[in-house]
Write a protein that binds this ligand. Structure first.
Ligand SMILES: Cc1cc2nc3c(=O)[nH]c(=O)nc-3n(C[C@H](O)[C@H](O)[C@H](O)COP(=O)(O)O)c2cc1C
Length: 177
């Protein structure tokens, strides 16, 4: 499949970037292609308001992102959990994209993942993310990938070497689509 991805962190040493690289590598070795959208551009989007939309229209990057989603077979999103929910810039991008009709995400399968220092991982953030994506018609894949108790890139690296984690990723990827 041709996949578009978003990794919702530009932090140096991001654990979500580290997790995404592991999963992306596996997806590519299974024959999928990935186009990663620059999250710095998501962070730089203006805050969505109806007045801003009416006066300035959609930001150019939203056109780029929406076209890529439309042309892709599916999406991959790696996101930290912020206060048990969706990081603000990511939710803001979803709000902008939702202004394009028909919805560009309709019918697209979405693979979610999250890494966190918390022992339970970022599953609550992913649960929150499922709501707007689902309401925009995306088919959010039930087998999400969560990495808990990983507060550093080294911890993600160590986790990725365990059999249980490799099995989890293999299962998710083999079922995705
Ligand atoms: C504003 C804020 C809220 C956070 N809320 C949560 C949370 O609800 N659950 C959690 O597991 N971690 C939370 N964290 C910790 C993040 O998981 C941690 O900073 C993580 O490293 C962010 O991902 P990144 O390394 O990919 O940038 C929060 C961090 C920030 C800055």
């Amino acid at each position: 499949m041709k996949l578009v991805s978003l990794v919702a962190s530009t932090r140096p040493g991001s654990v979500n970037c580290a997790l995404y690289s592991k999963v992306a590598h596996k997806l590519e070795s299974c024959g999928h292609t990935l186009e990663e959208m620059p999250y710095a551009q998501v962070e730089n989007l203006p805050q969505y308001t109806p007045v801003r939309e009416e006066t300035s229209g959609l930001p150019p990057f939203i056109g780029t992102l929406s076209r890529s989603i439309l042309q892709a077979d599916g999406l991959v999103i790696a996101s930290p959990e912020y206060n048990f929910s969706i990081p603000g810039p990511l939710k803001n991008a979803i709000d902008w994209v939702s202004r394009i009709k028909p919805y560009v995400m309709t019918g697209k399968p979405v693979l979610l993942m999250s890494a966190s220092g918390s022992p339970v991982g970022g599953w609550r953030g992913l649960a929150a993310l499922r709501i707007p994506l689902g309401c925009l018609g995306a088919r959010v894949f039930p087998w999400e990938i969560t990495a808990g108790a990983v507060a550093s890139v080294e911890a993600v690296e160590a986790l990725s070497k365990t059999e249980a984690f490799r099995d989890r990723i293999d299962l998710a990827i083999s079922q995705f689509g």
